[in-house]
Design a protein around this ligand. Structure first.
Ligand SMILES: [Zn+2]
Length: 238
């Protein structure tokens, strides 16, 4: 009898989850909308405890990975984060563009050490590929030691196929998204870039090589723009 491979299905938003309201400076641990408004320059993620901030583990993991990569490769602090090189050269993962089923953005095959990215999506939205790879790296760094199943990650708008809110799968999904946002748009670099070049969504999206919608969420989450990003404002084809 053929052995079936167990997989995890998760709703995969290629963007940082949007905010749902105001007030509160404490990141939520549940997988629901997590964003909170903070003053400009304040840290986006983590728990404020007295004068210190305890970062969420996915944020710490993303920063740690980038630090390790830079220490090994002596990488420049300038320009978009080389997510392919981090995956392939540093982590030893194979990154393949593959004809995946519609709605599946990416996969992480643990035993094969392989990331597969939806070829059709890559052709239509090149910048989405980078977020998908970063998201799967997040699963690799955060979850590979916790679960033995492969990850199959769907677009956020295929909601009916996503994990139930509050489920372990939903938590892992949210962590992978936040990991990806921090890896591709590091908070310290965001502050520096906005200080030197302003908060224009399109300009910053081009510089970081992410989608305008991803950048809009990031700028909003960091308090640099006031308007809640709308998908209709930022076509992913941009
Ligand atoms: Zn996922």
């Amino acid at each position: 009898m053929q052995k079936r491979t167990r997989v995890l299905l998760c709703t995969f938003k290629n963007e940082t989850p949007p905010p749902s309201g105001f007030g509160g400076s404490i990141a939520q641990k549940d997988p629901g909308p997590f964003v909170h408004i903070r003053p400009r320059g304040a840290r986006e993620n983590g728990y404020a405890v007295g004068m210190s901030v305890i970062e969420d583990r996915e944020i710490v993991a993303a920063r740690d990975l980038l630090d390790r990569y830079r220490a090994t490769y002596g990488a420049s602090d300038d320009g978009p984060i080389p997510v392919d090189e981090i995956a392939e050269s540093y982590l030893g993962l194979i990154v393949q563009t593959a004809p995946l089923e519609h709605g599946i953005s990416g996969m992480l095959l643990l035993r094969e050490r392989e990331i597969r990215v939806n070829a059709a999506e890559c052709a239509k939205w090149p910048v989405r590929r980078r977020f998908t790879i970063a998201h799967e790296i997040g699963h690799w760094e955060l979850h590979a030691s916790e679960v033995s199943a492969n990850f199959i990650c769907r677009l956020g708008d295929v909601r009916e196929a996503g994990p139930a809110k509050g489920s372990p799968e939903a938590v892992r999904e949210r962590e992978a998204n936040r990991f990806a946002a921090e890896l591709l748009m590091p908070e310290d670099r965001m502050h520096a870039r906005v200080a030197s070049d302003g908060n224009d969504v399109i300009d910053q999206a081009r510089w970081f090589d992410v989608s305008p919608l991803s950048m809009a969420y990031r700028l909003y989450n960091l308090g640099y723009i006031k308007q809640f990003p709308s998908k209709t404002d930022y076509d992913l084809d941009d």
